[in-house]
Design a protein around this ligand. Structure first.
Ligand SMILES: Cc1cc2nc3c(=O)[nH]c(=O)nc-3n(C[C@H](O)[C@H](O)[C@H](O)COP(=O)(O)O)c2cc1C
Length: 176
């Protein structure tokens, strides 16, 4: 007699948990880095913490961030140059600062295409390329005109919490 195969472990289907809460929770299982989009608006400087950063194109060099329509920075970002600042492990306070938990004023680097934050793990200064409807977000694509990185541990966001990724696990650039 052939033995009945054991049921493979599986993620349970949703039951009574509110949909939006569970959708966020499910999305939160996707581990990402943490970045801050910085730019000068008409009258004030903006910064917003994001984990929706994605590389899009090598030639031309394009990157993408997805910004909530409700965010203060949303409308002013349209048509403006911006910097994507990728945070290092010790820069969690900056992620909090630009996510509505302000601390001491961060240090800025002026004079580029757009303002950027000092000593981040990597930065991408961008000219506006395109903006696409993304439901309750807008997908802003930027053409990278300047960039650089330093060595160091990365700040990450995984399972809906901050964590860090040691530098030693980052060295796979030859695979990409
Ligand atoms: C780890 C993390 C990732 C986030 N990712 C995004 C994102 O990709 N897009 C976005 O619009 N808001 C994102 N947010 C939320 C914004 O940072 C937050 O709502 C911000 O305070 C909105 O700015 P405002 O209060 O000036 O409107 C994220 C927040 C955190 C802590």
């Amino acid at each position: 007699m052939i033995a009945k195969p054991e049921a493979a472990p599986d993620v349970p289907r949703r039951t009574s948990v509110p949909r939006a809460h569970h959708f966020r929770g499910s999305l939160g299982r996707f581990a990402t880095g943490v970045a801050i989009v910085t730019f000068d608006g008409a009258t004030k400087r903006h910064g917003i913490t994001v984990n929706s950063f994605t590389s899009v194109s090598m030639e031309p060099p394009l990157v993408l961030v997805s910004i909530a329509r409700t965010a203060k920075a949303h409308d002013e970002l349209a048509g403006r140059p911006f910097t994507v600042n990728i945070l290092g492990a010790e820069q969690r306070h900056l992620a909090m600062h630009f996510a509505g938990r302000p601390g001491p004023e961060p240090l800025w680097v002026e004079g580029g295409t757009a303002p950027r934050l000092t000593n981040v793990l990597a930065y991408f200064e961008c000219k506006p390329w395109a903006a696409y409807d993304g439901g309750d977000h807008t997908l802003y694509l930027g053409e990278v005109v300047d960039f650089n990185y330093r060595n160091g541990d990365a700040l990450a966001f995984a399972n809906s919490a901050f964590t860090t990724i040691p530098e030693s696990q980052l060295g796979m650039e030859d695979l990409l």
